[in-house]
Design a protein around this ligand. Sequence first.
Ligand SMILES: Nc1ncnc2c1ncn2[C@@H]1O[C@H](COP(=O)(O)OP(=O)(O)OP(=O)(O)O)[C@@H](O)[C@H]1O
Length: 667
Amino acid sequence: MNDKLTTRDINTRASPESHDKPLDAPPPWDSSPWDFRLLFDHSPAGVYVVQKGQICYANPAMGELLGCSPALIIDQPLLSFVHPDDRPAVESQRRWRSEDTKTAPFLTRIVQANGTITAVEVMESLLNDPSPLNPPDDCVRVGVMIDVTARRTVDVEIQERLHFEQLLADLSAGFVNLPCDQIDSRIDTSLRSLVEFLGNDRSTFVEFGDDEDHVVISHSYAVPDCQPFPIGPFAVSHLPWFINEFRSGKNVFLRSIPQDLPAAAAKERAHCLEEGIQSNVAIPIKAGGERLGGLTFAFVRKRCEWPRDILSRLGLIGEVFANALLRRRNEQLLQKTMSENTRLRRQLEQENLYLREQAVVKHHHGKIIGHSDAITRVLADVERVATTDAPVLLTGETGTGKELLAQTIHELSDRKGRPMVVVNCASLPATLIESELFGRAAGAYTGAASAEIGRFELADGSTLFLDEIGEFPLELQAKLLRVLQDGRFERLGTAKTISVDVRIIAATNRDLEAATRKNLFYRLNVFPIRVPPLRDRREDIPPLTWAFVESFGRRMGKSIKTIPRKTMKQLQDHDWPGNIRELSNAVERAMILADSDTLHVDMPATSRDGTQPHKTLKEVERDQIQLVLERTGWRIRGSGGAAEQLDIKPTTLEARMAKLGITRPNR
Ligand SMILES: Nc1ncnc2c1ncn2[C@@H]1O[C@H](COP(=O)(O)OP(=O)(O)OP(=O)(O)O)[C@@H](O)[C@H]1O
């Protein structure tokens, strides 16, 4: 027994003042009851024994937990130390079932005599078996109690962190697939949730733009007694140190203002003083690799006690805001680009339409289509001569556009204010041509009841186009030469000389240089223009074809979108003895037959490769007239009649028919 340790022994050995006493080696361990008591005395956990609810043993650690010496605890009901709010839970926790000999560990709070509340974990077990005569509550129980305050603090921190993470997750989830027009209001409510959770007084989202001198306050929320930041541009010069700091990508963590502010932050110091800001935290935010803005958190009522590592978590939610704003910005950009695209496409369509219309309008108004060198040279001549009064002689095969060029010359001249007067010398019977051209007096000849002015008078101050001048009757040539010479003539049946100012343009597809017409030729040949046949300017075929497609399409209510490459090649390869008129007719024929938006053209017999028999111009003309007449049921006049389809006057057609010997077959 002598060498067994007593509590005092251990205390003496453990006390600092005993250090200077030399000690023998520690005595060997003896598992006698006394040694076990010693263990309880030194146990870091509170150990107690209760019988019939009253404490009958408490070790020193238990005394410390309950806040008084173990002697004062003895005979006290253990429940009297438990926090009144926790007592029902403790009692139910200790409701023994018959087979139970120990409780599961449970948490409760102990109230010490001085009012200190300590969180403890308790576990009890029965020392003797309960029986009907000896119910568990009457049994002897041994309990272990440990202080879990520190663990509780950690638990609370973990809980708070979990709540914070949950908040961040919820806020982030709220932005997924959020329509762009709801992003602003969602950021506002998110800032509010953050302020409410984190306990600061104002949270603000700042956007950095291209403007070096300003940032933009896009969202701000403040608790009721504090002012939110005014939304809109904010001059960097108001808080230069602060804004530049976090615009350059640094976190700003000012726990104690003004102490934490550097000397350079004079404006910030004044601002915080004025607004009563005690702490301020700012986190820069990147989105899409771009420094987009930042989140700021101001504290007015108290200082910030956040741990520093909160910054990275707040940075994450900031990124969610920034990504949403970036998405909105991109979407707006996309919208803008798309509407710009639509605008441009419309414009293009309009322009295209305009261009095509132009092509058609040009055609209808006698303007020239074609960009070949040959036609460009002709047009250059046309422009050069148009503004003069010089007579022009247009030569070229039939259908090459001589009348169109005459019209163009007229329209480019100063005479364009009055219409050009056209005389087709081939279509007028020789008997009528004199009165047609020079006018007549009443009774000038049988049937001429009234006086009538002729085309020369009609064209006074304008242009007279003498088409097919080669057909002009020889007997009238002298009169014509005179008027061409000095603009003077007499009406048929009068001696009165009339003087006119007429610009003459003549056209012919036959040789004027023949002896009989030499004088006329010299008089007219002041400014000759040779109009090239279509086969000499094949590159004009595609634009001409498209112009005719548009024109006929419009008239027929058909829309042709494509012409196969092969077809266009065939059109370009063809010799077109009837020139543009023949091309126009071929396209018209194809358009009548077209039943889709693709144009297929049945090529006329002659082609450049020589596989088809070569026809003379006359034959081609005859074939063409015959074809159109057959198609129109031999109707010459009126809308859709052969003359209109051939784009010549009915009288001209009749003259040609007579000349070519085309007659209607007997039925
Ligand atoms: N460059 C062109 N651009 C557009 N259409 C043209 C062009 N040249 C001619 N045409 C058209 O071709 C057809 C024949 O033209 P035009 O009557 O001017 O020819 P022409 O040489 O006077 O014929 P003719 O000698 O048989 O009287 C007309 O429908 C005309 O509008």
